[in-house]
Design a binder for this molecule. Structure first.
Ligand code: ARG
Ligand code: ZN
Length: 860
């Protein structure tokens, strides 16, 4: 790191309102790749009305001059440190002008102002604005921004910023000067600037109250057609938010820019979203059904932020879940309405059970409102986002759709234009519904995964069925003592072919619930995954199969199958420590045979039921993860299903003929089931022709990729041949090539270590581009457990080297990549030693705050 940063963690409990605020900002950028000139003019006001010391945040800035109320200041009137500009004796009201020089070309961290393939763009959330100018870079300082951009007119025809374009003038020297004014006061993290030469796809939207909004999608030249689906997704999202929440868009223009160099998915800057191009660009040849799905959901997510995030923002970054948990919940509801509610819910449950439960169990455990943060970028987590959305969902469950809407309405009525806390949100829900939510608020303070243990009793004489429930949250790395939480528990009682639904509210450590019944029912517990907990109940195989067939709730049916597989995994481990020779029970084959012979109406749901859980789903059940045994057992399960039901897979596959591609629900479902059949068929001998045939004849990326995935999973000999054809076809198209990078890196055999080296030498690979790095190394550790955890420790060393290399280029990317190395406590002793050694070696280096926070916590 070029600069040694202070390692001082910030605490939520230390929050103080700012002493000065900035009401108006005027920024003038003269763009240049290595020497951009910025003049920043701020109208300052002290909160107390008294003069005082003004402390502005700033990092890696070249400060040229400072003027106060039009007077140039001598350098001894202020102090510049690595992270601050300190100005003593600031009057209660003042105008401050700063002149700064920036080097966007040297900015590989992709925070602040940087270049993506020659185009200028910015990323300011969370604390990136301080890399553009010295500022009160905190979300509770809201100012009106005016932005001037001056740049060469031919090289950068598009000059964009937040709000409305108020003037555009060609200067005599061939440069253009544009001015944007954003009428909505906003925190600095929502500022954005883009300058480049793009293709622009235009559309429009008329709001419910009849206002016309111009929609503009800026994409790399030649990609205009690939933005059509994103534009239509935006139109659907705008309509949905009006219908569901009564929320309309508030500016005359909404712009989305797609860039290839981006740290995250996308960013909701006011009126000017910046997106990772993979979440904008799609057509049937180059994108899969999943890509289309993600685009619609992320376009929705960023759009929904305009109200939940922009109009009402966060008081401080500890409150991040205020906007992210709520906005993820909103985008999930949107996706559910656009497609299958059950399938969407299953996806969300998978995220919680894998990544979020793992985070709770690891060194970075934190509540959805963290209490202490060293590097804010480390807290854009599955806990803040996805568990945060689960917490909002529980409110929705407890209050009902109408009660929830009343709470939202009150929240906006009270807080529009403000920077608020999670408590303000819960209070609005509470007051709008006349309901005490004090106990519920614990979800914001307490980290960890609650365990819900349930026993049942049936009294035939009294005709009474009882559920005895106990909750317990184990200690986490950040918090030893835990209290009981408010858990909404959805239950169905299955008896005599009928299902009775209940919503139980658990508030104590132990509670008993009784039901009047005439027959002993099978309880379906935690239907719809109504609380983000681990459920324990002793189900028999038969009961699980009955739930899978008869429960009303689709998530519960799917979950029953998940539990069946967990039982198989444990049985396999007991039967044989290598997990290989255990034979699956006949009842399971029979269940699958019936599903294949007569698929359910929902083919996508059928496909889910027919899929053996992924490694990380299964691994999360173990305190100490038996890596190789799990890998071997899961592989053997797939092989057994493939062989035993070979004929049925083939027949089902043939019954699902491909049709001309459309991204449309029934077709997506059909392709999903076809892909599952194909997956198993790749494990059966003699299917080369079928695989090759689908690869060569399909008119879309979904079906082609299904072949490559199936061959990869089965280590099929065709894999190499088809992969090389794929590379030849797509090597000019980086977004598609990323799929090839990922497939190559997830090949579950030892040659993959050589492959990784070859991949990083590929002409299209770049250490500077996070999409490429994640495509290779993200896939390696997420989708290749056998090789990542290879006995000799090679996988760990490989990733550690990459993390260190990346830390010097882009700390945010490095810090995300390091995650799988942190959980050394969850492996057997040899792996523990290897992982620990790798982490200790890392800690001796000069690390970014991002990486330091994680690595040091994991070793403490
Ligand atoms: N607010 C953005 C979103 O969720 C994410 C920004 C993440 N930024 C970061 N530095 N981690 O839509
Ligand atoms: Zn977000």
């Amino acid at each position: 790191m070029s600069q040694v940063s202070s390692r001082q963690a910030k605490k939520l409990s230390d929050y103080k309102a700012p002493e000065f605020t900035i009401t108006d900002v005027e920024l003038s950028f003269e763009l240049n790749p290595q020497a951009t000139k910025l003049t920043a003019v701020y109208q300052l006001k002290s909160a107390s009305g008294k003069a005082g010391t003004l402390i502005l945040d700033g990092q890696e800035l070249k400060l040229l001059s400072v003027s106060l109320d039009g007077q140039l200041l001598n350098a001894d009137c202020y102090q510049v440190t690595a992270e601050q500009l300190i100005l003593p004796g600031m009057p209660a009201k003042a105008q401050l002008e700063l002149n700064i020089e920036l080097n966007p070309q040297a900015n590989t961290a992709l925070e602040g102002l940087y270049l993506s393939n020659g185009a200028y763009c910015t990323q300011c959330e969370a604390e990136g604005f301080r890399r553009i100018s010295y500022y009160l870079d905190r979300p509770d300082v809201l100012a009106r921004f005016t932005t001037h951009i001056i740049a060469d007119d031919t090289a950068y025809p598009a000059l964009l910023s937040n709000g409305n374009l108020v003037s555009s003038t060609l200067l005599p020297d061939g440069r253009r000067h544009v001015t944007w004014v954003d009428p909505f006061p906003k925190p600095s993290y929502l500022f954005a600037l883009v300058a480049g030469d793009f293709d622009c796809l235009k559309g429009s939207y008329t709001t419910g109250s009849g206002r016309e909004v111009a929609l503009e999608f800026y994409v790399d030249k030649g990609n205009k057609n690939r933005a059509q689906f994103a534009l239509e997704s935006l139109q659907r999202a705008m309509l949905w938010d009006e219908q569901r929440f009564g929320l309309e868009y508030d500016l005359d223009i909404y712009m989305v820019v797609a860039v290839d160099f981006f740290n995250m998915g996308a960013m909701e800057n006011k009126g000017l979203n910046v997106f990772n191009s993979k979440y904008v660009l799609a057509d049937q040849q180059s994108a899969t059904d999943t890509d289309f799905f993600n685009i619609e959901s992320i376009i929705g997510h960023e759009y929904f932020h305009n109200w939940t995030g922009n109009r009402v923002t966060c008081r401080d970054w500890f409150q991040l879940s205020l906007k992210e948990g709520l906005t993820v919940f909103r985008d999930q509801q949107f996706s559910a309405d656009m497609g299958s509610a059950t399938l969407n819910r299953i996806d969300a449950v998978k995220t919680i059970r894998t990544a979020q439960f793992a985070e709770d169990a690891g060194p970075m455990a934190h509540p959805i409102r963290p209490q202490q943060v060293l590097e804010m970028n480390n807290f854009y987590t599955v806990t803040v986002y996805d568990k945060g959305a689960e917490v909002i969902r529980m409110l929705h469950t407890l209050l009902g759709q109408d009660g929830f809407r009343k709470g939202m309405d009150l929240y906006f009525k009270r807080h529009d234009g403000q920077a608020v806390t999670c408590d303000d949100f819960v209070n609005a829900m509470q007051d709008a519904n006349g309901r005490d939510l004090t106990l519920f608020s614990r979800w914001y303070q307490q980290s960890g995964t609650p365990e819900l243990k349930v026993h049942s009793q049936f009294d035939a004489k009294k005709r009474e069925f009882k559920l005895l429930m106990q909750q317990h949250t184990p200690a986490t790395a950040d918090q030893a003592d835990k209290e009981p939480l408010l858990l909404p528990v959805r239950v169905e009682l299955l008896a005599e072919g009928a299902s009775l639904p209940y919503l139980l509210e658990m508030t104590e450590t132990q509670q008993e619930f009784s039901f009047a019944v005439s027959q002993k029912p099978v309880p379906v517990l935690l239907a719809d995954f109504s609380a983000p907990v681990k459920l324990q109940y002793q189900y028999s195989m038969d009961e699980l199969l009955q739930i899978a067939r008869d429960a009303k709730d689709g998530v519960a049916r799917w979950d029953a199958i998940q539990q069946l597989w967990q039982i198989q995994v444990k049985a396999a481990i007991e039967a044989n420590s290598s997990g290989a020779e255990y034979q699956l029970p006949a009842a399971l084959f029979e269940f699958y045979r019936q599903l294949l012979v007569k698929p359910l109406d929902d083919l996508a749901f059928t496909a889910e039921l027919l899929t053996v859980p992924a490694y990380d789903m299964v691994a999360e059940q173990f305190d100490e993860i038996p890596v190789q045994t799990l890998v071997v057992a899961l592989q053997s399960f797939q092989q057994q299903l493939a062989t035993q039901l070979a004929e049925q897979w083939q027949l089902c596959y043939q019954s699902l003929q491909a049709e001309a591609y459309q991204y449309q629900q029934q077709q997506v479902a059909k392709r999903a089931l076809r892909s599952v059949c194909l997956h198993y068929l790749a494990f059966v001998a003699g299917k080369d022709e079928l695989l090759r045939q689908q690869y060569n004849s399909s008119d879309n990326m979904t079906d082609q990729l299904a072949v490559l995935r199936a061959c990869r999973s089965a280590s099929h000999p065709l894999f190499a041949e088809l992969m090389s054809a794929f590379e030849q076809r797509w090597n000019k198209d980086v977004l598609v090539l990323d799929k090839w990078f990922s497939l190559s890196a997830s090949y579950p055999q030892p040659p993959v270590f050589n492959t990784l080296e070859q991949l990083t030498a590929h002409p299209q690979f770049s250490w500077q581009n996070p999409n490429r790095v994640r495509a290779v190394f993200g896939a390696f550790y997420q989708q290749n457990p056998a090789m990542f955890h290879s006995e000799d420790g090679k996988g760990y060393q490989q990733l550690a080297d990459v993390v260190l290399k990346m830390d010097a280029i882009n700390p945010q990317v490095a810090s995300r990549l390091v995650t799988p190395l942190l959980s050394w406590k969850r492996y057997q002793s040899a792996r523990q030693q290897q992982l620990k050694a790798v982490l200790q070696a890392m800690l001796t280096r000069d690390l970014s705050n991002d990486l330091y926070e994680k690595v040091s916590k994991s070793l403490s």
